[in-house]
Design a binder for this molecule. Sequence first.
Ligand SMILES: [Zn+2]
Length: 307
Amino acid sequence: MRRNVRRRRRGLAFVAICVVAIAVVLFIRYENLTAEAPEETAANSQTSSPDPAESDQPVASDNPTDAPSGDPSDEPTDEPSNNNEASGEQSPSNEPDKPAIATAGEEDGYAVVAQPASVAVLVDKQYKLPDGYEPTDLVYPDVRFTFSEKIDKRKMRKEAAGALEDLFAGAEKDGIYLAGVSAYRSQSTQKSLFNRYVAKDGMEKALTYSAFPGTSEHQTGLAIDVSGSDGKCAAEDCFGGTPEAEWLADHVAEYGYIIRYPEGKDAITGYKYEPWHIRYVGKELAQEIDEKDLTLEEYYNAVPVSQ
Ligand SMILES: [Zn+2]
């Protein structure tokens, strides 16, 4: 009897060992299969694999201290992350500094911004407003203009208009008398303006100084061209270097505005220097952009605009 029991035990033990061995072989095969799949997180079970040849898979670095092998080449230190090639050096913790602009499809080769009513919206030669966008809170800012009619181009969005009134008042305290030249412009107005320029100079040249309909910041109700109160050099190069232009460059950020097309940044903004064109973005953002000497494109990491 005892001998039978012993024999049976030995038999059972043998079967058990076989089962374990088969299980191990199957497991290793499974590992090899999954390790070939991209961004598989097989790393946790990696340690049970006796095959060091798998160490070329970056997932091994997930848990390097668990590695059973003493071979230091197991650790692919040049590839510490699973799958971050595309995002480059941008780590998620940088996101608040470099937000992306949200888009919703494409139109005429431009990305269409998803939040046209955001005061921080980026509108340029890559990002356009949704077709026919009109702000809903346009008002007449109580400031001097170079003309007297109550027309569209005197309008701005409420928040920007209030900030503009403060800005003009602040300038006057410094002996600088400003005047608005042109603020809001609807898409249809921009369209007829742009078509006129194209007829005169051709598409390519027109695009260097005028915006394709839907891509003008003036359509946001957040931008305005400003001159001195005499209206001299209004929206012209000779405005640069005037006391008014210098005051704007030094102070607009205090009121939530930026010089949208700074000197020497044409390759990024897509526009030559426009010392007269100021854009409301809110105080916090304006001051950050001013301190870091950025353009709105650079702030959004949306560079370069090639033309
Ligand atoms: Zn302008």
